[in-house]
Design a protein around this ligand. Structure first.
Ligand code: SF4
Length: 450
């Protein structure tokens, strides 16, 4: 079984658990698992059909989906069950810029992990103007540890566009928001619905899972047809907010969209959904059919690609007596990971190449410096998207009078003392390696020539 790769993490990978499957009564499945979309037939309010403790569906039940009732049940549950999260605090909850920051950070990253980064980021960039005015390198520094750094670049570009094109006032119009750099349909829907109560739909992984069970959706949820169906359901539901709000002020888009996501995060979880505690259990086709543990179907994952990388750790005594280490900035313009960020000089082994050969290529051909390879210092295992990377760090000795910068090297290496590292945008795995190296000084004998 292939390991599940965690982005930019040096933790050991863990085997993927198989999703438990179980099925209830075939008659219920036959009754409820059809996959049509019309409001008349697809969603099922089985409230009246659930009788006694078994809550089994009767064939005579009226299979209609009462959107207003659904919204009220969901909103009522959310009012008491929602978690206290930084982006729900009063000063953040309806500020479109702060909502945008949280939504971008939460893409690909867990709520628990995002919290401290969110607070630190907003303490430094409290407004869209402050983010727009900051240098990208500083933004990346504050993003380091969250991974997927393209999100930070997009957020920075988006802030600059809001300032340049909208005078620093976040646009309320969905099309105008979608025209901002790096803003997709989900993010635009989240910002406009939560900040401005616009009836804009959202579909993230949580909402997709909830809908797949509510409506018994078959197949790969990432497939285009499934995506169309999910967005159609989301649009249909949020479109009923206005009507429902006449009777219940909490049934607003700024409540319903977060409530749907919260339902997926807390109750309708990927494994073993907590159906007896679900506020919309009686609307759920998968629950009625006994298929809540079966849906959604697992999305095929791309094959894991194994990479072997080496990096060079070179240190010297600087002019001021402080120890300096050799770092290189990755190119800005290439379509590579960690664009524009700093690292120990690093390369990926080519087919048939040994670590020593790769280090010689790195030092001589790429950096244009004369260096001597010493001992192996450390191995880290980490993942980026579906790549599993083994990174070996080697001690390297570079003579003090070596001129840095090779003819073919777009971003030459530079010497930096340890204090300067806090000002540089460094990928989290590399920063952990540097932290380890700082606390494990390399003995001189390890720098001796091989
Ligand atoms: S009843 Fe169960 S499967 Fe259906 S939406 Fe609620 S938690 Fe999810």
């Amino acid at each position: 079984m292939r390991p599940k790769i965690k982005k930019d993490s040096i933790k050991e990978t863990s085997p993927k658990s198989s999703r438990p499957t179980q099925s209830r009564k075939a008659t219920q499945t036959a009754l409820l698992s059809h996959n049509t979309l019309s409001e008349k037939s697809a969603p099922h309010n089985v409230n009246k059909a659930l009788a006694g403790s078994s809550k089994q569906l009767s064939a005579e039940s009226q299979l209609t989906f009462d959107h207003s009732h659904f919204l009220q049940q969901l909103a009522q549950w959310f009012s008491t069950a929602q978690r206290d999260l930084p982006w729900r605090e009063p000063e953040n909850a309806h500020d479109p810029y702060r909502i945008l920051v949280s939504e971008v950070m939460l893409q690909q990253t867990t709520v628990t992990a995002v919290g401290p980064f969110y607070r630190r980021f907003l303490a430094r960039f409290p407004t869209v103007q402050s983010l727009a005015a900051a240098p990208l390198n500083e933004v990346l520094t504050y993003w380091a540890g969250l991974g997927y750094y393209q999100r930070a670049r997009n957020l920075h570009a988006c802030a600059q566009a809001v300032v340049a094109k909208h005078g620093g006032v976040f646009p309320r119009n969905l099309e105008a928001v979608l025209a901002l750099p790096g803003i997709g349909r989900y993010t635009a829907g989240a910002v406009t619905s939560i900040a401005f109560d616009a009836p804009t739909p959202i579909v993230d992984a949580n909402v997709a899972r909830v809908f797949s069970r509510l409506f018994c959706l078959e197949g790969d949820l990432k497939a285009p047809a499934s995506q169309r169906r999910l967005w159609q359901e989301a649009e249909n539901l949020i479109g009923h907010c206005t009507g429902a709000a006449k009777h219940n002020a909490d049934c607003r888009p700024s409540v319903i969209n977060p409530a749907l996501m919260e339902l997926g995060a807390l109750i309708c979880t990927p494994r073993q959904p907590q159906c007896p505690f679900c506020p919309v259990e009686t609307f759920c086709a998968a629950r009625a059919a006994g298929r809540e543990n079966e849906l959604p179907h697992a999305t095929p994952k791309p094959a894991v690609i194994e990479l072997q990388d080496v990096c060079a750790f070179a240190a010297r005594c600087g002019a001021d007596g402080q120890e300096e280490i050799l770092l290189r900035q990755r190119p800005h313009d290439a379509k590579i990971w960690w664009r524009g960020m700093w690292e120990l000089p690093r390369t990926t082994l080519q087919p048939g190449e040994s670590s020593q050969d790769a280090l010689h290529r790195l030092l001589h051909d790429e950096l244009g410096i004369e260096g001597s390879i010493g001992n192996h210092l450390k191995t880290l295992q980490h993942g980026v998207t579906h790549h599993s990377i083994t990174l070996d760090c080697w001690a390297v000795e570079v003579s003090d009078n070596t001129e840095l910068g090779g003819a073919n090297e777009p971003s030459p290496a530079q010497w930096h003392n340890w204090d300067e590292l806090s000002q540089l945008a460094i990928p989290s795995t590399m920063r952990r390696l540097l932290t380890w190296l700082k606390s494990h000084p390399v003995p001189n004998e390890q720098l001796s020539l091989l």
